[in-house]
Design a protein around this ligand. Structure first.
Ligand code: ADP
Length: 455
């Protein structure tokens, strides 16, 4: 449909109105003339009837020409020309002709835009796939054929989950929450690593962008393997060194007193190194192990009780108060060891950084979009500028404080990884002097109502 600009449209209406008035005037003159002829000849009725019949024949003739022209192939072709005519009919033919020309121009313009869009997406390295509101393929570019193995002839209007059949993709596609991209091997070639990113648009339609990240993935794997191997290789020597230092310090009576302080420092540092290696190995495992699809129900309150008890024992000398409150009983679907590791890191941190006699609260609550597990303390708090970086590896707010407390700088990185593996995220709210809140946000699909295999 062509939308005329308002001024063109108004001008068109004015011209038509002018011609319409002149046509009415002509008709009026014809009737007056016929009336005169009729009066002179004494056959008024016959003359008027004859005149009007001629006018009707003329009008029918013009209508027939218009009808024929509109239905002739020339009317829709490149060089269509309207039939020659005068007065009101001439204007009608010209008006329709102009409308047709404008519609053809805008059609050509739209077509050229679509052609250019298609040409540019054809040279893209990224696969672009349009998916309709029923989850079926509507359009895709050549890169999508290469990466996903789509075939133009028989995959049009096929459900995307029938063509990319990996269970992880199915979960990602059905969840409808596309904040994070999904990384998976290509369905056509397991060596190729793809990153899927879906965005909603229009009326429930989805645009899927797929990038080949094989190169990046290879480098990332090399980095991970390197860290994993180094940590693994260092574990035994460090354990041996720590063991000997421990034995020496157990027999401090037989050691020259000048060596006691250096030995103590060596022992403290080798314990720290042991902790770093342990945390690095945990991180490597979290990064390499694929997420288990097994649905194990974990009772959140029981897990909180266990972690609080362990922290209380570990930091017994600090005489802190641990409290647990839950709005209702929750079971989470996930890996118990990993969730224990995440929650214990948060609770041990709270105990570690909060002053003696401080309060540590473990709170779980239902939220509109899922549930939260929160660890709250009334410790020293954290300056705002540090908060976005806390989950980076080895990032510490206060190097000396972390070293004193035996921190590795890897605890919150582990928390972040565990939560990501459970489709959850970490929110940190803190201000110096006002304590800290570490909130784990779990989505609705992770909450189990009826606990199967509860642990
Ligand atoms: P670390 O092993 O040093 O504790 P983390 O990754 O667990 O490393 O924590 C990163 C930093 O965040 C810590 O060095 C500490 O400065 C800060 N931090 C973590 N938890 C708390 C808390 N509850 N209160 C104050 N600071 C905290």
């Amino acid at each position: 449909m062509v939308i005329l600009p308002p001024d063109t449209f108004n001008r068109g209406i004015l011209i038509l109105l002018r011609d319409w008035r002149s046509a009415l005037r002509k008709l009026f003159l014809l009737i007056t003339l016929l009336l005169l002829i009729g009066l002179v000849s004494g056959q008024t009725a016959w003359v008027i009837a004859g005149g009007l019949a001629c006018y009707l024949v003329y009008t029918m003739f013009q209508l027939r020409r218009l009808h024929q022209w509109l239905h002739s192939p020339q009317a829709h072709g490149e060089n269509e020309t309207p039939p020659e005519s005068y007065g009101l009919w001439g204007d009608i033919f010209d008006g329709i002709h102009q409308l047709q020309r404008r519609e053809r121009d805008s059609r050509d313009y739209l077509k050229s835009i679509i052609d250019r869009a298609q040409e540019s997406t054809a040279v893209l390295d990224i696969a672009v796939v349009m998916i309709n509101r029923h989850g079926q393929l509507e359009w895709w570019n050549p890169a999508a054929e290469r990466m996903l193995g789509l075939h133009r002839d028989h995959d049009q209007h096929q459900a995307v989950v029938n063509l990319i059949r990996q269970p992880e993709f199915l979960d990602y596609f059905d969840a409808g929450d596309y904040n994070r991209p999904l990384t998976l091997p290509a369905p056509v070639n397991r060596e190729m690593m793809l990153e899927y990113q879906i965005t909603w648009f229009g009326d429930g339609e989805r645009l899927m962008l797929v990038r080949d990240i094989s190169q990046l993935h290879r480098l990332e794997t090399m980095r991970r393997d390197f860290v994993g191997n180094v940590s693994h290789e260092l574990r035994t020597p460090i354990t041996v060194i720590t063991g000997y230092l421990e034995t020496l310090l157990d027999n401090r009576d037989s050691i020259n007193s000048r060596w006691i302080r250096p030995l103590e420092q060596m022992y403290q540092q080798s314990r720290r190194m042991e902790n770093i290696i342990r945390d690095l190995l945990v991180l490597t495992q979290l990064e390499t192990k694929s997420v288990s699809r097994q649905r194990t129900a974990i009772e959140v309150q029981a897990l909180m009780r266990e972690v609080a008890r362990d922290a209380e024992q570990l930091y017994e000398s600090k005489k802190q108060t641990f409290s647990i409150s839950c709005s209702e009983a929750f079971w989470l679907q996930g890996n118990r060891n990993e969730l224990y590791s995440a929650l214990s890191n948060l609770v041990f941190n709270a105990a570690k950084y909060t002053q003696d006699g401080g309060q540590i609260q473990l709170i779980c609550a239902r939220q509109p979009e899922g549930m939260t597990v929160e660890v709250r303390d009334n410790g020293p708090g954290i300056e705002e500028k540090h908060i976005p970086r806390l989950t980076e590896r080895f990032y510490r707010v206060d190097e000396s404080r972390s070293t004193d407390t035996g921190g590795t700088g890897l605890g919150l990185a582990i928390v972040k990884h565990v939560l990501a593996r459970h489709s959850a995220s970490l929110k940190i709210i803190s201000r110096p002097g006002e304590g800290s809140r570490f909130i784990c946000q779990f989505p609705e699909q992770r909450i189990l109502t009826a606990p199967e295999n509860a642990s």
